[in-house]
Ligand binder design. Structure first.
Ligand SMILES: Nc1ncnc2c1ncn2[C@@H]1O[C@H](COP(=O)(O)OP(=O)(O)OP(=O)(O)O)[C@@H](O)[C@H]1O
Ligand SMILES: [Mg+2]
Length: 279
């Protein structure tokens, strides 16, 4: 049985039933890492929110989403809350919107721990500090006592990674988690995420519009265009022999088509140097 089995997932918005994602199907095994790539508006975030049960009221969802065989579409809010605590978690693009600006970050991480933890014994402050250290925040005590605006973007996103992983979920959905960060900070946060997923044996669905970033974290990728999956497979295969015209374009602009199976994947820094990009 797969950890996640998505079948015919379709989301329509509003009274006019505008289709945002159409017949999306894929499976994800335990500890697997799957990227979703596609341009702005292709339906990546809508897919993630549908899995998390976080779509707004005006969304109509059909199809099937099974988590370890159990259908989750149509669950009530309380059941979704439990699922989000025990099994699924999410890291959003903009850590400032994910964090409460009025609360010290240590307390926010502790609240996640206390709300959902399978095991609430022990000192939560200590566990929070330990988790902050594990995501690379060496000065964890001071960070825990800070408000979000007192931290850098990279530090805030590390806090969000700590929050997403502190209850040992089975699957973390990351929606463009490093897009708001500059390239060097981005590379460090991706490395921490990669190490934490490994250490915790956590599966990951990683959304990005950037093939180079996806290749840092994932082994397989889905390519979305206008709400549909147009191509999927191992990242090496996609780089070597993209079949859909859109994917060919992606690979060509990323200049990653020379990646051979088994060779180390280029780093984000490599990519930006080779592509001559200035961002
Ligand atoms: N709340 C909403 N109401 C109506 N339409 C929506 C809503 N949220 C998303 N959509 C539409 O669904 C489609 C997919 O949007 P989505 O946010 O999933 O794109 P995305 O791939 O995440 O893009 P980006 O890379 O910019 O984040 C878009 O056409 C968008 O306008
Ligand atoms: Mg999005």
């Amino acid at each position: 049985m797969s950890l996640l089995e998505v079948s015919g997932l379709t989301v329509r918005f509003g009274r006019r039933q505008v289709v945002a994602i159409d017949d999306v199907s894929f499976t994800l095994g335990e500890q697997e890492r799957l990227g979703i790539i596609g341009e702005s508006g292709s339906g990546k975030t809508v897919t993630a929110l549908a899995l998390m049960g976080l779509l707004p009221e005006n969304a109509a969802v059909t199809g099937s989403v099974r988590v370890r065989g159990q259908e989750t579409l149509g669950l009530g809010e309380a059941e979704y809350a439990k699922l989000r605590g025990d099994t699924l978690s999410m890291v959003f693009q903009e850590p400032m919107t994910a964090l409460d600006p009025t609360m010290r970050v240590g307390r926010q991480v502790a609240e996640v721990l206390l709300l959902h933890a399978r095991n609430t014994s022990g000192n939560s402050r200590q566990r929070v500090i330990e988790m902050l250290r594990r995501v690379g925040l060496a000065d964890a005590e001071r960070i825990a006592d800070s408000y979000p605006h007192q931290l850098s973007g990279g530090q805030r996103q590390r806090v969000c990674v700590a929050m997403a992983l502190i209850n040992s979920p089975d699957l973390v959905i990351c929606d463009e988690p490093t897009t708001a960060l500059d390239v060097t900070v981005q590379a460090r946060v991706l490395k921490v995420l990669d190490e934490m997923l490994d250490a915790e044996h956590t599966a990951c669905l990683f959304i990005s519009h950037d093939l180079a970033v996806v290749s840092q974290v994932c082994s397989h990728v889905l390519v979305m265009l206008d709400g549909r999956i147009v191509e999927s497979g191992p990242i090496h295969r996609i780089f070597a022999t993209p079949s859909h015209p859109y994917t060919k374009g992606l690979v060509a602009t990323a200049q990653l088509d020379k990646v051979a199976p088994g060779s180390p994947l280029p780093t984000v820094a490599d990519f930006y140097t080779r592509a001559g990009a200035t961002r």
